[in-house]
Design a protein around this ligand. Sequence first.
Ligand code: SF4
Length: 61
Amino acid sequence: MPDGKPAGVRCINLDDKYMCGVWGTDDYPDVCRRFRADPTVCGESRDEALVLLTVMERQTS
Ligand code: SF4
């Protein structure tokens, strides 16, 4: 996403199976390359991660 991913907007590179479509390619964003999974962000499940991310997006919007 050329101007960055706005809060609350699904990444255009995420496919229907929740897999990254650009992982391992030159188009893989540096911010994604540097991210390390952490329980405070990812929780213990996809549902928990969505709750945590929604809270963080609201706090930083
Ligand atoms: S890893 Fe990055 S580029 Fe890939 S789907 Fe997630 S946010 Fe989008």
